[in-house]
Design a protein around this ligand. Sequence first.
Ligand code: ASP
Ligand code: MG
Length: 433
Amino acid sequence: MLVVQKYGGTSVGTLERIRAVAERALSRQREGDRVVVVVSAMAGETNRLIALANQLHAIGRHQQQATGTDGKGWVAPVKRDDPGFERELSQLVSTGEKVSAALLAMAIQDLGGEAVSLIGHQLGLVTSGSFTNARIVSIDAANIHAMLDAGSIVVCAGFQGLDEAGNVTTLGRGGSDTSAVAMAAAISADVCEILTDVDGVFTADPRLVPSARKLERISHEEMLELASLGSKVLQIRSVEFAKKFNVPVHVRSSLHLEEGTWIVPETPDMEAVLVAGVALDRDEAKVTLTNCPDVPGTIATVFTALGERGIVVDMIIQNASREGHTDVTFTVPQAELERTREALSGLAVASQPDVEILADPKIAKISIVGVGMRTHAGVAAKAFSILAREGVNIQMVSTSEIKVSVVVDEKYGELAVRMLHAGFGLEAGATRS
Ligand code: ASP
Ligand code: MG
């Protein structure tokens, strides 16, 4: 069997942990498998490096020391739209993975195994797009196969590639997941194991819902929805890759050998369960434009202004018109709220007498996800009734084929997750096995 194992930052967070990873990879090889390992930077390292860049930038501008993170996990304020800065930022943060890859290869050698680490240009991983949010175009599989044939464990630095011009690029926060799944697809691995500090994918975040259960299997599509809904187990792009190239992904603990959760193509029996999981997203803010003129082009201007600034809008609701006017409500990442306000206040529509911009960061989005919704009616109604019984007011609703999302007051977010989790029987053993 050919396996790609990806170890996250906490799993390689200390030299002892790196040693344990080396033992695990080596024992897998000694069982007869061919093993490629993809590593993240040691825990905290990427944040440390980004903070250095931002502090330097702040000193130059006589600004306060930068703190906090933007919506994509970069420490704010990142200089945006400055290719020179972004290039060096990628150059800088990619070093974290180089360190852990080299240390892991050494640790395997220390244990008597054969290992070789590959970084940046040696990976043959070509990207396109921006420097710090690059997309994978191709991977040189032949090189990796040759090293495996020679008996090595191949240790790859995650998160990084090279663009056509030879610049070091990175794949966005959490990008080592995508490195690993893309690698698995490129070398036709039998499985991509994501070894992490949790036991798998759960029916809800176990820190919020103690009765949450580990799922044995989940479909790519459900996982895509859950990943995009703030269940931070995997970078969403890695799930897109897995779906597109049919890579079976096994999310499991790096601390023990128990099976975790398999992310696999959908099977007919999966539809028997209405809801596979409940997710909570506390990072969004709600914005309303009241009394907009109900004429063609109004919301086009609004969302074009946001799109031009790279602000990603999630839910959008426009009401039926009253006397030629309508309200538009939408959600954006909380970290983008100020930029959203700026963008809107510059628009002609905002200067009309009755138009008001209302913003509310104190919201939570709760979503239930399951392929069973496709074939079962009344799932949304049941969710609304569960929340009504608890006196939780629903502010916004959006649905897709396999998802119902509601926005509620932030203070009811956790309660809503627990009620929906219980109401759909997720704790009682109704989950898919
Ligand atoms: N080290 C990078 C990050 O923290 C990539 C990764 O860990 O997946 O985002
Ligand atoms: Mg991660």
